[in-house]
Structure formats: structure tokens, C-alpha cells
Write a protein that binds this ligand. Structure first.
Ligand code: PGA
Length: 221
């Protein structure tokens, strides 16, 4: 059990989260902040290219993302499974079906995240693995836009469970029961290998590996 250690660790931590991590990172930092009230944060939410650059240039103490970027030496701490699934509006013809074969997606209009997004590359990998070519694919720029477009009846989307928990709970979206989903990936905490481990950074890393990971098990839908 990590104790509150007022005064032991202080300073400002620069944390960068990949877009989809914005749904849970504040919950982790809020709890950490209660235990270490003398540590402040600057949290930025960025796309993959920016997260990569901030890590590479050592302008972030720590990054939270899925697939780690290549080309630099990193300390990597996997800390939670990450589930992704297809979602639709509850009145969509596939919504009531069970164990939908991935081939059935070929007739659908799919809504995609922007190029470079980890969510998008996971979808592309899934479609490739199952030999599925969607009827049409529209590119929309963010998790939030995708959800709104699905709710507006534009098509179906492939999203992280973190992004749609509330909409599924309120009945505005439905997770499609597609075979071989959820796709399970991993959330990682990444620190540049040359980044000095200050007491504040060490405290955050320890928190994320222990109580943070436990919180993720409770949050994860
Ligand atoms: P994304 O990435 O928010 O860019 O889709 C999530 C991830 O890193 O897997």
C-alpha cells in the first residue's frame, strides 16, 4: 500500500496521454494527487505523432499510450488491458444479432479514426486478418466525432471501450457482438530511457503499477 507522502515528492510532472487515454488518465491523476498533494501536473492530450515527439525530445516525463513508438530507448510498463469493439445505434439491423461473423461487416458503412491513430490501425489489422472490405469507410477526426456520427445513424465504428462506456450504459449506443471482439490490446506507460527518475516521477510510476492498475481493473468495461 502506497502511503501519502506530503513533502517527500514535489515538483511538476509533465504527462502526455494519447487521445483515447483522456477517458481514464484524469481518474488516475486525481487519485495520485490526493496521495501526493505537493506534486503538480501538466497533462496534455495528443495524437501519436505528438506523443512520439514529446517523448523523443524528452519534453514529457511520461507518456500513456497503446503501441510504443519505435526508434528510441524506452522504459515500458504495461499496466492494463485495452479492449476495442464495434459500436452501433441500438436500432441498427446488426444490433440484435449474436456472434456476428466479421464477414457481415463487409456490407456496412464503417466510420474510421484519422490516419495514424492507434484505434484505426487496430481496426485495419482486424479487417485484414478477417479478409473484410467494408462497403464504405468515412474518416472522422476523433473518438467523440465518431460516437456522434454513429448516434446520428451514419454507420458503425470501432472504438476503445473507454470511449463508449457511458453511451452504452445510457442506451444510446450498443456494442456489437462481433466474433473475435473485443480486440484486446495493452495500455503502456512509457518513459524515455535517459529521463532522470525524480522522486515525483518514481512515485507516479509506482502508483500506476500498483493502485493505478487496480483502478483500471475497476474502470475497464
Ligand atoms: P489513439 O491511440 O487514441 O490514437 O487511437 C490509442 C492507442 O495508443 O492505442
Amino acid at each position: 500500500e502506497l502511503k501519502s507522502m506530503r513533502g517527500v515528492a514535489s515538483g511538476t510532472l509533465e504527462v502526455v496521454a494519447i487521445t483515447t487515454a483522456e477517458y481514464f488518465v484524469p481518474h488516475l491523476l486525481a487519485e495520485f494527487g490526493r496521495r501526493f498533494p505537493d506534486i503538480k501536473f501538466r497533462l496534455t492530450v495528443e495524437n501519436r505523432d505528438r506523443v512520439h515527439a514529446l517523448l523523443h525530445e524528452q519534453r514529457a516525463d511520461l507518456a500513456i499510450m497503446g503501441q510504443p513508438p519505435g526508434g528510441m530507448a524506452l522504459r515500458r510498463i504495461p499496466f492494463s488491458p485495452h479492449r476495442l469493439s464495434f459500436v452501433a445505434r441500438p436500432d441498427h439491423p446488426l444490433a440484435a444479432r449474436r456472434n456476428i461473423p466479421p464477414a457481415a461487416l463487409a456490407g456496412e458503412r464503417l466510420l474510421l479514426r484519422e490516419r495514424g491513430s492507434g484505434t484505426r490501425s487496430n481496426l485495419e489489422r482486424f479487417l485484414r486478418a478477417h479478409g473484410v472490405k467494408p462497403l464504405a469507410a468515412d474518416e472522422l477526426g476523433s473518438n467523440e466525432t465518431l460516437k456522434q456520427a454513429v448516434m446520428a445513424g451514419m454507420g458503425i465504428a470501432f472504438l476503445s471501450h473507454h470511449t463508449f462506456a457511458m453511451e452504452v450504459e445510457s442506451g444510446r449506443l450498443i456494442r456489437l457482438d462481433v466474433a473475435d471482439t473485443p480486440v484486446i490490446r495493452e495500455w503502456n506507460v512509457l518513459v524515455h530511457a535517459e529521463r532522470p527518475l525524480t522522486p515525483a516521477l518514481e512515485a507516479l510510476l509506482e502508483f500506476l503499477q500498483t493502485d493505478g492498475a487496480a483502478m483500471m481493473r475497476a474502470i475497464t468495461c
